[in-house]
Ligand binder design. Structure first.
Ligand code: DAK
Length: 264
């Protein structure tokens, strides 16, 4: 089995290849793998590079042993305005993930919150450790999910459970995620990458073109008409950056205090 580690000092995403699969790891542990625009661009770039790599049939996406990701980088967003997002559409870097051809499986150990949960849901499968926690806590920052949380969670779990988690920000367990249909398999703590790699290796041994087209077809079934919902969600997400509550929510998080929302 050959393995080549691609890691340089300060890389926000690293990966290694072995036995027909790649293990791609988010690598900003100091900020709990917060998903900066740079990190998402690099992740999409790597997944597209792997698409072109004939030695690879499928990938596993992990955040490491303690957490998957705490979501989008709040520091990067806190001072932004609705107008600046409308003008620059910085979050469009996320769009490149939708055109990844080969299957990629999220292996979630620890928490996957906000954009971390949305990133996992945007992948093709989720293998979760039994103590993994998922959640869309954006409401506590004075914003809402913006990378598909309102759309993908609702499609999988239905309106009633999705409303609960999106409007309260309460986290939910791997078992609840499995009941809601967003998790492919729940495994013992510490085993998520191993199980995701086993599934990725099975897929990698299958005929590649059939896999690509089958993935495309399943995504079409699951995500038909998703595009319009995602655009609607993103535009509402940007509009919340015109509110005082967004400034208060994010500043409170960064200053480690409780927010005082005014509803404005
Ligand atoms: N962003 C930036 N920094 C973060 C962060 C984040 N999301 N989460 C944690 N950090 C930083 C903390 O500020 C702290 O930094 P220092 O104080 O050391 O400088 C460091 O990471 C360690 O954090 P904690 O001390 O809080 O660590 P704990 O282990 O005690 O707690 C936690 C971990 C995950 C429970 C906690 O850090 C937390 O609640 N984090 C925020 C979770 C959250 O609210 N996530 C949602 C973010 S909003 C879109 C695409 C994506 C999105 C939106 C739109 N489009 C395509 C349009 C996504 C939005 C979001 O995800």
């Amino acid at each position: 089995m050959t393995s080549s580690m691609k890691e340089g000092a300060g890389d926000s995403v690293v990966y290694e290849k072995a036995g027909g699969i790649a293990i791609v790891r988010l690598n900003r542990p100091e900020v709990r793998n917060a998903l900066s625009f740079g990190l998402i661009s690099r992740l999409a770039e790597i997944l597209h590079e792997l698409d072109a790599d004939e030695s690879i049939g499928a990938s596993v996406l992990t955040g490491g042993e303690k957490f998957f990701s705490a979501g989008a980088d709040i520091k990067e967003m806190a001072g932004r305005s609705m107008a600046s997002f409308e003008k620059h559409d910085d979050f469009s870097v996320w769009d490149a993930l939708a055109s990844v051809g080969k299957p990629f499986i999220s292996a979630v150990e620890g928490y996957a919150y906000g954009g971390g949960c949305e990133l996992a849901m945007a992948s093709d499968m989720i293998v979760a450790a039994e103590d993994a926690r998922f959640g869309q806590p954006e409401i506590d920052l004075g914003i809402m999910p913006g990378a598909g949380g309102t759309q993908r969670l609702t499609r999988a779990a239905g309106k009633y459970r999705s409303m609960r988690y999106i409007l309260t920000g309460e986290p939910f367990s791997a078992a609840e995620a499995e009941r809601m249909g967003i998790v492919t398999a729940v495994v013992p703590k510490g085993q998520a990458v191993r199980e995701a790699s086993r599934i990725a290796a099975l897929i990698s041994a299958k005929p590649r073109t059939a896999v690509l087209l089958a993935k495309k077809a399943v995504r079409r079934a699951a995500e038909n008409q998703l595009t319009e919902g995602l655009l609607f969600e993103r535009s509402l997400f940007y509009s919340l950056f015109a509110t005082l509550d967004q400034k208060e929510g994010m500043n409170a998080f960064l200053n480690k205090r409780k927010p005082e929302f005014k509803g404005e």
